[in-house]
Design a protein around this ligand. Structure first.
Ligand SMILES: [Cu+2]
Length: 372
């Protein structure tokens, strides 16, 4: 796997989320002007029952979900609209091909439509009342690939789940929280959103039923639980316990520069750009890295809707699969000269390390041995 290919196939949001469809085009260089037209800050979960706002990116191969979290990174995601009230769809032209956004009923009659745009980075906004006859949304020039279902929700029959995540001392804790295929975070430090509710993850508009909850973060035990929603809002607390780690067999020193990692130690990787890290399965390694570029968050360089609070060290798998799974994701560093040590156990599935805020900064990982 070449590094070029790695970068092309990587979706920054996909890494943020853990998995995503390959080939998601970033809207590099576009002005996120649509953000000014939306109420900021946008919640990760929208629970006002006043209707919802969805953000999609349109590329010829399909519609990619950006917001809210429940559609983040998904191709042709279901739009779960609140029935009888105004919902909003904002879509961004991701590839410069000619697109529009339309909603049709089951007979193929068009109920709503936006203008066409053929310029990458341009956006259209559509506000409409969600009606039961709405069946599917699609793009007129690309109706086969760029299509997805519309689902209507009765706001009277849905509920909210609030998950409080704590560390071993009972303090609010940052973790990834999955509910079936929905995904969010319990802390502002790891996602864009309002500066509140630290340690709390929310899922809204849940119909009665059984859901599986999964809470995880790097270095901690994965917690799974079955959750039943039955006519009421639910609240539960999850405590994260730390995994015991062995002493590292080797420490790699890296410096994060603009668009690249530079090797420092050991000698074999000194001064190399994006050096390959050679690991053995099931051994513990440490990566000591220094942030040499501060925060470097230039507006307009980021994918729309995305404002990562600095740089971090991520280990992911990918290769021929179209899914990216994150094994390690460290907290963000936003100051020039700051450093961090990340310890992890090597797994054979690991294939790249990267900075979530600069996908050009990506190097390969090779893992040998089956560890048995
Ligand atoms: Cu299209």
């Amino acid at each position: 796997m070449s590094q070029e290919r790695t970068t092309d196939e990587l979706s920054r949001r996909g890494v943020l989320k853990g998995t995503a469809a390959a080939g998601t085009a970033a809207v590099a260089g576009s002005t996120p002007g649509y953000l000014e037209q939306l109420d900021e800050p946008r919640p990760a979960i929208q629970n006002d029952v006043e209707g919802r706002t969805f953000i999609l990116e349109g590329i010829v191969s399909g519609w990619i979900g950006l917001e809210p979290d429940e559609i983040d990174g998904a191709t042709g995601p279901p739009l779960r609209l609140v029935e009888g009230v105004e919902n909003t769809v904002v879509w961004i032209n991701g590839d410069g091909a000619n697109h529009n956004f339309m909603i049709e009923d089951e007979d193929g009659d068009i109920l709503e439509a936006t203008e066409f745009t053929d310029e990458a980075g341009e956006f259209e906004e559509l506000t409409f009342t969600a009606e039961p006859e709405m069946e599917e949304y699609y793009c007129d020039p690309h109706p086969a690939q760029m299509r997805g279902p519309v689902e209507l929700i009765d706001p009277e029959e849905t509920h909210e789940l609030e998950v409080l995540v704590e560390d071993e001392d009972g303090d609010p804790f940052e973790a990834e929280v999955y509910l079936d295929d929905r995904h969010t975070f319990s802390n502002i430090a790891s996602r864009p959103g309002p500066d509140e509710d630290i340690g709390i993850a929310r899922f809204d508009l849940l119909e009665d039923g059984e859901y599986s909850l999964e809470v995880w973060t790097y270095g901690h035990e994965r917690v799974t639980e079955e959750v039943t929603i039955d006519g009421d809002d639910e609240e539960l607390t999850v405590a994260m316990s730390q995994l015991e780690t062995e002493d590292p067999v080797e420490t790699f020193e890296l410096v994060l520069e603009e668009d690249a990692w530079r090797g420092v130690e050991p000698e074999e990787i000194a001064d190399e750009t994006n050096p390959t890290l050679e690991l053995e399965a099931d051994e513990t390694y440490a990566v000591e890295w220094e942030n040499a570029i501060g925060r470097r968050l230039d507006e307009g360089e980021m994918e729309p809707g995305e404002q990562l609070p600095g740089h971090n060290f991520v280990v992911a798998e990918g290769d021929d699969s179209d899914e990216w799974n994150t094994h390690v994701r460290s907290p963000f560093l936003d100051e020039d000269g700051e450093s961090q040590t990340v310890e992890f156990v090597a797994k054979e599935e690991m294939s790249v390390y990267l900075d979530q805020s600069q996908l050009e900064a990506v190097g390969e990982i090779t893992v040998s041995g089956d560890g048995s």
